[in-house]
Design a protein around this ligand. Structure first.
Ligand SMILES: [Zn+2]
Length: 463
């Protein structure tokens, strides 16, 4: 007897043929999808303990956010409408540099709640500093029930591009220690929580790691058969630095350092030039597009349609609390679909379907769970989301994918199943007390500002 059936749904399978099944059903047993098809037929084959009626609802594979900063949920809105350098050097990094593991843990809870409530079932955290409390954060992921890559930050020099001491004291780490900590975390957490937790190497941006250190990271990732993620070509200065210092493009530099392969995610890639697309395609790495962050920080427009045309795997990410300022992949999909149309003066680029592929299948391909998540197919892991379409802003339904990308938002996600377990039902989180986390975060966020003597408030008079 199976455990759960989602019935009478419009199932957007994201399978190879991209079939959308009307009056569809998905059957879950343990953590696996064991049947997908028309409700009537599926129900004649399987009996289940629990049935969820999904009439007028969409069932989709869970969304995959390939670039997240868990610790930044608590500093949401700390640096709005500021230029990149003061944004980073006066606000984001110094505030994170005061974190204790208590704040790291709370921020991770807040961020995971927001992700689940907006349909993200898998995330890739890119830079966890030791001071955020890696073990505590891993325990949050284990308990809350989400699937996640936790990447430990690695650096061996406190720079950012050619700025020698760009990384403030509270955030500086040394090479040997960061390597040791990452390997320790791999040993303790990689594959834990029924393989819901993976530990990767989170290499810092060029300027914070020497070439030899990048090569060491590359070797260790191979040795432990895990992934690497790195911010690459986010701002123009990044590529100018690599050209001046090494005479290389970003991907030439990555190849020179050994940070290439299907196990690597390059976040942003705004300034990756066309000559790099071939290296990306040949080595099989993923570029993670973060449109909200790139727009808000005025970093530029990543050449996403061009990369996809060149055969590069492109995923999607929300980045962080100060740069987005939310972790809602549905809103991110809409931005991704819109901005390139205006940039290229072509409304046919990045249709809704392509963007949904970026948020599901392409995201899965970027992780070590490729072939296991990212679509609704027999044998795959049951990471599923249910979206209620019976709402004024979501009818009529001509093309369900179009409604999802252009008209929906994260709050339309009603139920979330991860690894076969119901993590949210009718918008109620089942694993932790949501209200407690919101209350705590409301207070703790402002306490962090006080540690630096910052008083960030409304720019309009508060009466
Ligand atoms: Zn980032």
């Amino acid at each position: 007897m199976a455990d759960l059936i989602l019935k009478n749904a419009t199932v957007v399978t994201m399978n190879r043929r991209r079939e959308i099944i009307q009056d569809g059903a998905v059957v879950v047993e343990g953590n696996r999808i064991i049947e997908v098809g028309k409700t009537k037929k599926v129900k004649s084959l399987h009996r289940t303990d629990l049935e969820i009626d999904c009439s007028e609802k969409l069932v989709l594979p869970g969304l995959i956010d390939c670039h997240v900063h868990l610790a930044q949920a608590l500093i949401r809105g700390c640096a709005d409408d500021l230029a990149l350098i003061p944004w980073l050097k006066e606000r984001v990094l110094p505030l994170q540099g005061t974190y204790t593991s208590k704040e790291g843990e709370l921020s991770a809870k807040l961020c995971c709640l927001e992700m689940i409530k907006s349909g993200t079932t898998t995330f890739v955290e890119s830079l966890l500093h030791w001071r955020y409390g890696f073990d505590e954060i891993a325990k949050v992921v284990e308990k809350i029930g989400i699937r996640g890559v936790l990447s430990k930050s690695l650096m061996n020099t406190p720079g950012y591009a050619d700025q020698k001491n760009a990384i403030p004291e509270g955030m500086v780490e040394d090479g040997e220690t960061t390597l040791k900590q990452t390997i320790g975390m791999i040993k303790r957490w990689h594959g834990k929580a029924n393989d819901r937790i993976h530990v990767w190497f989170g290499a810092r941006t060029p300027g914070a790691c020497t070439v030899d250190f990048y090569r060491e990271i590359s070797e260790r990732a191979k040795e432990y058969k895990t992934g690497i993620t790195i911010h690459l070509g986010e701002v123009k200065k990044d590529i100018e630095y690599l050209r001046r210092e090494f005479g290389m493009t970003p991907m030439e530099f990555m190849r020179h350092c050994g940070i290439v392969g299907p196990h690597v995610i390059y976040a942003h890639g705004v300034w990756i030039p066309p000559e790099d697309f071939k290296i990306l395609r040949e080595t099989g790495g993923t570029v993670c597009h973060c449109p909200a962050s790139n727009l808000k920080l005025a970093s530029g427009f990543a050449p996403i349609p061009e990369m996809l045309n060149a055969g590069v795997n492109v995923a999607l990410g929300c980045d962080g609390g100060p740069s987005n300022n939310c972790y809602d992949m549905i809103r991110e999909m809409k931005l991704a679909a819109l901005i390139h149309k205006a940039r290229l003066l072509d409304p046919e680029v990045l249709p809704a379907e392509t963007v949904l592929e970026m948020a599901t299948r392409n995201g899965a391909d970027a992780t070590l769970w490729r072939n296991k998540i990212g679509s609704i197919e027999k044998g795959k892991i049951a990471d599923l989301i249910v979206i209620d379409l019976h709402k004024p802003h979501l009818v009529p339904v001509r093309n369900p994918v179009s409604n999802l990308v252009y008209a929906a938002n994260g709050s339309d996600v009603e139920t979330v199943i991860i690894d076969g377990k119901i993590v949210m039902k009718n918008r109620r989180i089942t694993s932790i007390n949501e209200e407690e986390v919101v209350q705590e975060a409301m207070k703790a966020g402002l306490e962090i500002d006080k540690k630096l003597g910052l008083n960030i408030k409304s720019r309009w008079p508060l009466k």
